[in-house]
Design a protein around this ligand. Sequence first.
Ligand SMILES: C[S@@+](CC[C@H](N)C(=O)[O-])C[C@H]1O[C@@H](n2cnc3c(N)ncnc32)[C@H](O)[C@@H]1O
Length: 282
Amino acid sequence: MAPRDIWFEWLNHGRFGRDERLRARVEAETARLAGRLLDHVPLPAGGALVDVGCGAGLVGLTALALQPDLKVTFCDVSGPLLAQARARAPGGRFLEVPATALAGVADASQDVAAARAVLAYVADKGRAFDEMLRVLRPGGWMTLAEPVWRDEALAVPAMAAVAISRGDALARARHKWKQAQFSGEAMAALTGYSERDLLMLARAAGFGEVHVRLEIDVEASPAMSWAAFCALMPHPLAPSLKEIALSAEERAALEAALRPHVEAGTNWRTRRVAYVWAQKPA
Ligand SMILES: C[S@@+](CC[C@H](N)C(=O)[O-])C[C@H]1O[C@@H](n2cnc3c(N)ncnc32)[C@H](O)[C@@H]1O
C-alpha cells in the first residue's frame, strides 16, 4: 500500500474534520487568503509566477483567475497534490521539488514567487528564501502568507502550570491537547518563528523592499458537530483531538466544557497570519 501523504490528507480531509459541510466554508476562507496574498504584488500580463508548495494549486489558480495570461509553475513535494493541481490547471507546469531546491525553475525567470502556508513546514527557511530570490528576475516580487503558531506553543508551559496547580481533569485535558498539537521537536519549524523572523530572513536573503503585515482575527468557529470538531487538525502535523491520549475523565470534562459551544458556533478561535511581500533589487 502507498504510504499516506499527510499533505494530501490534510488539505482534502483533516482541515475540515472530514465534514463535507465545513469544506465549503474552509475553502472560501482559504481562497480569500490567497487573494489577499496576491493583492500585494503586480501580476504582469505574459509574466511568470511560481507557486511554491502549491498543494492543489490554490494560489496559482487564483493568480490565473486574476491574470489569465500568466505562465504558472506549480511546485510541491507531494505527488498526489501536484496531480490534483494538474487536473485543475492543465496549462501549467508542474515540478515535484521542495521549496529549498526549486530545480527546474531557472535563475531570474519569474516575476512573482508566491507561497501560502508552506514555509511554516520548512525547517531551513533561509534556504527557501534564497531559492525564491534566485528564481526571481531583478525587480520581481515574492509574496507569502504564513500562519504564526508561536503563541500557541508558548501557551503550552503556562497550561502545564495551571494543570499542576489546579489538578482538575479539564485543565489536564486542555494542556495535553495543546501540547500534542503545538509542542515538541516535530513542530519546531512550525512554531519557532514570528512575522519578525520572516522579515529578517527576507532581508538576510538579499531582498530589498520588504513589507510585513500581521493579521490577528479572533472569531467564532462555524457551528459543527462534535464528531467533526474531534476530527479537525489545525495543521497537517497535528493529531486531531480524538487521536490524543486522554483519560476517560479528561475527555468527558473537555466535552462538557466545549461541546455546547462547538455545536452552537460560539467556540472562539484566534488565527494569526503573517503576510510578507518583498522585492528583488533591480
Ligand atoms: C498547508 S498546505 C498549503 C498548500 C497551498 N499553498 C494552499 O494554499 O492551499 C502546505 C503545502 O506545503 C507543501 N510542502 C510541505 N513541505 C514542503 C517543502 N519542504 N517544500 C515545498 N512544499 C512543501 C505540502 O505538500 C502542502 O502542499
